[in-house]
Design a protein around this ligand. Structure first.
Ligand code: FAS
Ligand code: PHB
Length: 389
């Protein structure tokens, strides 16, 4: 079998790339390790940058997100018993859209169905071969058979634990990593959000985040130990701890209910260089990971997809490979800026184990400076709504 682009990974990166390439008449096959139901059962990102919203429009898949997503033109920052607002629209003229990654992925799968796109679920033992030649191919197990697909290019969209990044030889690849000494315990509940905007809270007891998916579906997080487990937390214990970490006015009005999902995400910063090896191009979590504090994971996957889509379109339309050749440097230039913002915001908002009183005062001083400085708020707003592609 032969196709133009094999996309390894049927998460948001792979599906968005597949849809954009389809719109340019470029044929793809998507290989996904899990079932569609499993992929759609994951609860992950919640905030979409303007760039991702624009790409979904370019892909012709933005109708539901525009009808059901919440436009947010600011966010709340709480610390030391006070709360202030960072106004995105005032500083950037831009907003973000609150619309769950699960729904983005659902919309993209439905769009791919409509195009008759070839998607293989529950594949196994994927091997990418010949990436350093002009005749790459992908082998995989599917429905009891070993299958080979020859192609022009391979897009590695298979997340942090996929095979694509590991296909780049160790001697070629450089890994940059920082592991944070805490995680996020997240709860999804069918309750009204505690506030119309997100609340990022830095409390003496640790970080908390109040987010949402719709008017009756809320998403909450509290910083937890790396070694913690969701099984250690009853719903009541979670709600009690969340109340202790958010402003009193919010704690007093918090509507609680049974958790319909409860999970812990580890926090790490990670970048792989280069993001290309021959005919293999890495996109999204396959190439980089950020702590979710700045809501940059899914959104940085989107900018990778933008650059790769541009490069592949140019190649197939003209034979010119300049944009493909610039893919890794273009994508990494923006990746490192979103890494910095996510690292900065995570360090500002979390309590580090064994944090000294001096370091605690540095955090409080920076939060007070952010509260009082329009310029500091403008810098945060520019990063939060999304740096230009
Ligand atoms: P994904 O990991 O989403 O998708 C990769 C796909 O490849 C998966 O479906 C996987 O099954 C498949 N795959 C893996 N190996 C394969 C193989 N060998 N063959 C075929 N398929 C294979 N970001 C935010 O902005 N905000 C958040 O709150 C947030 N929370 C997160 C919580 C968790 C637990 C995790 C893990 C991530 C979170 N993220 C968050 C980041 C997340 O949203 C990612 O940035 C986003 O899923 C990136 O999308 P993809 O690059 O498509 O990778
Ligand atoms: C979410 O709603 O899941 C969410 C929102 C903002 C973040 C992280 C997660 O920074």
């Amino acid at each position: 079998m032969r196709t133009q682009v094999v996309i390894v990974g049927g998460g948001p990166s792979g599906l968005l790339l597949g849809q954009l390439l389809h719109r340019a008449g470029i044929e793809t096959v998507v290989l996904e390790r899990q079932s569609r139901a499993y992929v759609l059962g994951r609860i992950r990102a919640g905030v979409l940058e303007r760039g991702l919203v624009g790409l979904m429009g370019e892909a012709g898949v933005d109708a539901r997100m525009k009808a059901e997503g919440f436009v947010h033109d600011g966010t709340q920052i709480a610390y030391d018993h006070e709360m202030f607002r960072v106004d995105f629209a005032e500083h950037t003229g831009a907003t973000v859209l609150v619309y769950g990654q699960t729904e983005v992925t659902r919309d993209l799968y439905e769009a791919r169905d409509a195009t008759g796109g070839d998607t293989r679920f529950e594949v196994d033992n994927v091997v990418i071969d010949g990436a350093d030649t002009d005749a790459p191919y992908v082998m995989f197990d599917h429905e009891g058979k070993r299958v080979r697909i020859d192609c022009d290019f391979v897009a590695g969209c298979d997340g942090f634990h996929g095979v694509s990044r590991k296909t780049i030889p160790d001697a070629v690849r450089r890994d940059y990593e920082k592991v944070y000494p805490f995680g996020w315990l997240g709860v999804l509940s069918e309750t009204p959000p505690v506030h119309p905007e997100l609340i990022y809270a830095n409390s003496d007891r640790g970080f908390a985040l109040c987010s949402m998916r719709n008017a009756n579906l809320s998403r909450y997080y509290i910083q937890c130990e790396m070694s913690d487990s969701p099984d250690n937390w009853t719903d009541d214990a979670f709600w009690d701890e969340l109340r202790r970490r958010i402003p009193q006015a919010a704690a007093d009005t918090l509507v609680t209910g049974p958790s319909i999902e409860k999970s812990i995400a580890p926090l790490r910063s990670y970048v792989c260089e280069p993001m290309r090896w021959g005919r293999l191009f890495l996109c999204g979590d396959a190439a980089h990971i950020v702590p979710p504090t700045g809501a940059k994971g899914l959104n940085t996957a989107a900018s990778d997809v933008h650059y790769l889509n541009q490069g592949l379109r140019q190649f197939y339309a003209t034979g010119d490979s300049h944009e493909l050749d610039a893919y890794s440097s273009n994508a990494l230039a923006r990746v490192w800026k979103t890494q910095r913002f996510s690292w900065w915001f995570s360090n500002l908002m979390h309590r580090y184990p064994g944090q000294s009183d001096f370091d605690r005062n540095m955090q409080l001083a920076e939060l007070a400076f952010l509260r009082d400085s329009p310029e500091a708020q403008a810098a945060m707003a520019q990063n939060y709504v999304g740096l230009p592609y």
